[in-house]
Design a protein around this ligand. Structure first.
Ligand code: TMP
Length: 212
């Protein structure tokens, strides 16, 4: 039934680079990989992403934000993730429900249980088999983003430092709540070192899927 891997972490934690390296390593090892991201994936979810990250959407309420992330996810799960799992693929997903629990539940203060319920409805209860949290100091993460995009931050990245601090601490909490599934990796190390740690963490799950 495939394998569902999600990658999480504060903004600027190096997820995209690590997703690139992981995808390459798995393809080279012969795994059938489907790489995707949230918010996004299929066209409908990518359109919702554009709305969510548009700095012009300053008036968006926390409730609207939470529901739009869940709506994008519902489409993503039904149109892309579930079919790929049914084909036996290794699904690599850049963010999933844990991001909503942390950013909307904790960061926005909407509550982890409320966000959990909305997302249970959106996903039908689908959860990753294993989740990597790349942890990094929030100020360092935003510094990296500023350098990468020359200060052109999206609507979420533009939130106050106090919001990003809550997000950072929220990811550590998620690891404590579900230590079997959610594994923390130090995102402040050199990219090759982080990649090696990720491959070590994933080994027991990858060993259950046969490369083709
Ligand atoms: P990205 O920059 O990793 O592509 O993610 C887009 C932004 O959306 C990032 O700031 C995290 C935020 N986000 C949420 O607030 N809730 C969610 O459920 C997801 C998936 C992302």
């Amino acid at each position: 039934m495939g394998l569902f891997i999600s990658m999480e972490g504060p903004d600027g934690s190096g997820k995209t680079l690590q997703m690139d390296m992981l995808q390459k390593a798995l393809i080279e090892a012969g795994y059938p990989v489907l790489r995707t991201r949230e918010p996004g994936g299929p066209a409908i979810s990518e359109r919702i992403r554009a709305l969510l990250l548009d700095p012009a959407c300053k008036e968006m309420s926390p409730e609207t934000e939470a529901l739009l992330y869940a709506a994008a996810r519902a489409q993503h799960v039904s149109q892309v993730i579930k079919p790929a799992m049914a084909e036996g693929k290794v699904v690599l997903c850049d963010r999933f429900v844990d991001s909503s629990l942390v950013y909307q539940g904790i960061g926005r203060g909407l509550g982890v249980s409320t966000i959990g319920e909305i997302n249970h409805f959106a996903t039908g209860g689908l959860q990753p088999d294993v989740t990597i949290v790349l942890q990094i100091d929030y100020a360092e993460g935003l510094r990296r983003k500023n350098v990468q995009y020359s200060g052109q931050l999206d609507r979420m990245e533009q939130q106050a430092g106090s919001f990003h601090q809550l997000v950072h601490d929220g990811f550590s909490q998620i690891v404590e709540w579900d230590p079997e599934r959610v594994r923390m990796v130090d995102g402040s190390k050199a990219p090759e070192e982080v990649h090696t740690m990720i491959m070590e963490v994933l080994k027991p799950w990858l060993d259950r899927v046969l490369p083709q």
